[in-house]
Design a binder for this molecule. Structure first.
Ligand code: SAH
Length: 450
């Protein structure tokens, strides 16, 4: 019987999407983070359950050829990345295999899966970060929460983020010290500055700085603006977001622009996009272009079709496909995102797109009752997937094709099985790595009406 604190020899056979290696000890699966397939290790058992055990590396006896030197000093503590100790090729293989497996295991669908589309790079590939802060005896820590905790690990130079973010965070440290600004303490629900939320438009270089505060205003906000602009001339927008709730949700509903525009502008698939702080925008823009390209391939538009883009955010997917569609209808629940989407259509001179601010299921029902018959429906829901009535209403509209984009292959597989029962055949799958280094994967599924 395996017990806590036992040291055992283990061969790691595979790695989960969350980055844990899996070895077998007398038939029991043992999960060991920070290992690689092919590692021979001594594992220190931390917890034993009836169906599996958890361990940490005690010693590496023989390293896997997949191993590589992690390129981030915060890697072991941060929890943001889980694959920086293995090569990117090995990471992509794990992700592709996960998407195939989950479609079979959860969706019961054994369908062709294209080779995963990888990212150009595992560094500086994200355009957004939300940094929590923590007051210390002699200053402030700015970084990310440790896994499963709300302790801040100092990490200003995250390899996933644009390099310029570190300098902006340093300005905040100076500002906090100089003006004695209080930092939010979530247990006491006291203190002002909660998060520093930064976004950079990769194509134009424009940066948005958005301090999230538990209050109405920041002291000396004009001074803060000039300090920020002195640090980085690409800052085009400084917006204060108010969040006074006792909540884990980072952003509050109110935004007040204290410098520049209410948005920054990016380019994606040769179109211009305005992004405001509360709107969803893909975090990996180079990856997003590849994702949209794949979605367009699976949608097979030839200029004559009506395209329904459910969960459209700022309209990016529908607008990038509009030139090949007769009409695009976008649906999204966040009002600011819909405002952005309408402006995005206008600034790109796109006249065959309209947008509705509504819950996907209500909008689908309304469109269905109006007799709207889309030829192609794009589904790009959040991680929890689509509500069942959305899938039912979409199936009633009877589009020829559904292109289902997902950042959680497990809920995608669940929904694919439901759509199969509603008369659609899951035709092919293509994983796209939008989150290099991290334990997440995007995937695109094409379904065809039978
Ligand atoms: N397709 C967009 C956004 C995808 S993220 C893009 O590629 O950029 C998912 C989007 O679904 C978010 O913008 C979120 O605000 C929206 N959303 C979440 N729940 C929704 C619901 N019930 N109805 C409509 N939209 C919803």
């Amino acid at each position: 019987m395996l017990r806590k604190n036992d040291i055992i020899k283990l061969n790691i056979g595979s790695v989960t999407l969350q980055g844990s290696g899996v070895g077998r000890h007398e038939g029991l699966a043992v999960f060991v983070p920070m290992t690689a397939a092919g590692d021979e290790i001594e594992a220190h058992i931390l917890k034993v359950k009836s169906n599996c055990a958890f361990a940490k590396v005690h010693k590496i006896i023989n390293p896997s050829p997949d191993r590589t030197e992690a390129d981030c000093p915060a890697y072991a503590k941060c929890g943001g990345c889980v694959f920086r100790h293995i090569s990117y090729e090995a990471e992509l293989e794990i992700k592709e295999q996960f998407c195939r497996d989950v479609m079979k295991r959860i969706g019961g669908l054994d369908i062709p899966c294209e080779k995963i589309v990888g990212s150009e790079s595992r560094t500086e590939c994200r355009n957004k970060a939300q940094f929590p802060l923590e007051k210390t005896a002699d200053g402030v820590k700015i970084g990310f929460f440790s896994p499963h905790s709300h302790r801040v690990n100092e990490a200003r130079s995250c390899p996933l983020q644009p390099k310029e973010f570190a300098g902006i965070l340093n300005v905040f440290e100076d500002y906090i010290k100089r003006y004695n600004v209080s930092v939010y303490d979530e247990t006491a629900h006291k203190g002002l500055l909660r998060h520093i939320y930064l976004r950079k438009a990769a194509a134009t270089g424009e940066i948005m700085v958005c301090p999230v505060i538990n209050g109405k205003a920041l002291p000396e906000d004009e001074r803060l603006c000039s300090m920020l602009l002195g640090e980085n001339g690409n800052i085009k927008s400084i917006i204060i977001n108010e969040n006074r709730e006792k909540t884990n949700v980072i952003l509050g509903g109110k935004c007040r622009t204290v410098y520049g525009a209410d948005y920054i502008t990016d380019e994606l698939c040769s179109l211009e996009f305005r992004i405001s702080p509360l709107s969803f925008y893909q975090v990996n823009p180079a990856g997003a272009e590849k994702l949209y390209e794949k979605a367009a391939q699976f949608a097979c538009l030839d200029g004559g079709q009506t395209l329904l883009d459910l969960y459209c955010g700022t309209g990016t997917i529908g607008l990038t496909m509009a030139k090949n569609a007769k009409e695009v209808i976008g649906v999204e629940i966040i009002p600011q995102a819909i405002e952005d989407a309408k402006i995005n259509a206008a600034i790109n001179g796109i006249e065959n797109a309209r947008f509705m601010c509504a819950d996907a299921s209500e909008a689908a029902k309304k469109l269905e009752s109006e007799g709207v018959k889309p030829d192609v429906v794009i589904l790009d829901p959040p991680r929890k997937g689509c509500a069942k009535d959305v899938l039912e209403t979409v199936a009633q509209m009877a589009p020829d094709k559904i292109v289902y984009i997902s950042c959680d292959p497990a809920t995608q597989a669940r929904d694919a099985a439901i759509l199969t029962d509603l008369g659609y055949k899951a035709e092919k799958l293509c994983p796209v790595d939008m989150f290099p280094g991290c334990g997440h994967c995007e995937s695109v599924l094409q379904l065809i009406r039978e």
